[in-house]
Design a protein around this ligand. Sequence first.
Ligand code: S3P
Length: 165
Amino acid sequence: MKNIVLIGFMGTGKTSVGKILSEKLGFKFIDVDEVIEKTTGMKISEIFSRFGESRFRDIESEVINLITKRDSQVIATGGGVVLRDENMKKLRGNGVIFCLKASENVIFERVKHCKDRPLLQVENPEERIKELFNRRKPLYEKADFCIDTEGLTPEQVAEKIIERL
Ligand code: S3P
């Protein structure tokens, strides 16, 4: 079976939904950020601060290359995976792509206290979310299916995805 790939902005629930979905389908669960942290032995924030975003994006692409060689997995990606077309091509090659959506306000409420998202460690995270959100919106919309997560539990979002399979 093809992989099920979850894309979407930070805080849209890709990891929580992915875990539930993989259990329901009996698929292996892969969290791209977790693989990055395990293979490098560093937290995402440390990779950003020591080597910069562009090195992080290279590592992210290396991990995508590796994991897309297998199938029957649920893959939760990091929010910026859409920034490189080569990542999306690899993921699409043997996967169905679902985008998890939520409004900017809901996203801000969910991530405002999180210290482990380096792109949001700025003076005005709300403004940063708006800016990234608008820039990335057309990229997320390239998914095969978009799922509105607002007002739904991760369990309900997983059910919605299963209905579309
Ligand atoms: C990022 C999202 C993060 C993580 C990194 C960069 C982004 O993942 O990959 O901090 O560019 O949106 P989550 O979407 O799981 O927070």
